[in-house]
Design a protein. Structure first.
Length: 152
C-alpha cells in the first residue's frame, strides 16, 4: 500500500471509487482536482491510496478560511472491496503527518448524523477524532451535521 499525491492518471480509478461508494457524483472529480493538479500554489491536498499499482482510495483536504492552522478533510473514500484493510487509516495518518510537519494544528471532518453514515462516524472515532459539534437539521430535516476534531 502506497500513499502519494493524486495524479491526473488516477482520475478514472478514483471515479470508480466514487461510483462504488456514492460519496459524490463522479463527474465532479476532474474539476475538483483541476486546481490541485495544475496550480503548484494550490493549498488543497489530494492523496491517493494505491495497492498493487491501482488507485483504490483518496482523501481531499483544504485549509479553513479565516482560521490559523485548521484544515478540513472534505472527502475520504475507499473502494468497498478494499475497506477494512487499512487504506483509509493510512491516508488519514499520512495527511495528519503532512499537515503537522507544515506547522498546522487541527484537522476536522464533517459528516452526516444519519444511519447510512454510521460507518464514517465509527471510522473517525477509531482514528482518534472526537465528536466536537452537532448542528441539528443541517443537511436536511432530521439530518444533523457532525463535526469531528483532532489536534495534530
Amino acid at each position: 500500500m502506497t500513499i502519494r499525491p493524486t495524479q491526473r492518471e488516477d482520475i478514472p480509478a478514483l471515479q470508480s471509487v466514487l461510483d462504488d461508494t456514492g460519496l459524490f457524483p463522479r463527474d465532479l472529480l476532474p474539476d475538483m482536482l483541476g486546481g490541485f493538479l495544475s496550480d503548484h500554489d494550490s493549498h488543497d491536498l489530494w492523496l491517493t491510496c494505491e495497492t498493487e499499482g491501482k488507485a483504490v482510495g483518496f482523501c481531499y483536504a483544504t485549509p479553513e478560511q479565516l482560521a490559523e492552522g485548521t484544515w478540513n478533510m472534505l472527502a475520504i473514500a475507499v473502494l468497498p472491496s478494499e475497506q477494512d484493510k487499512g487504506c483509509g487509516a493510512a491516508i488519514t495518518r499520512h495527511l495528519e503527518a503532512d499537515l503537522k510537519a507544515r506547522g498546522h494544528r487541527i484537522l476536522i471532518a464533517e459528516t452526516s448524523g444519519t444511519d447510512p453514515f454510521a460507518q464514517a462516524r465509527a471510522f473517525y472515532r477509531r482514528n482518534g477524532y472526537a465528536e466536537e459539534a452537532r448542528i441539528r437539521d443541517f443537511w436536511a430535516a432530521g439530518d444533523d451535521k457532525i463535526v469531528f476534531w483532532k489536534a495534530l
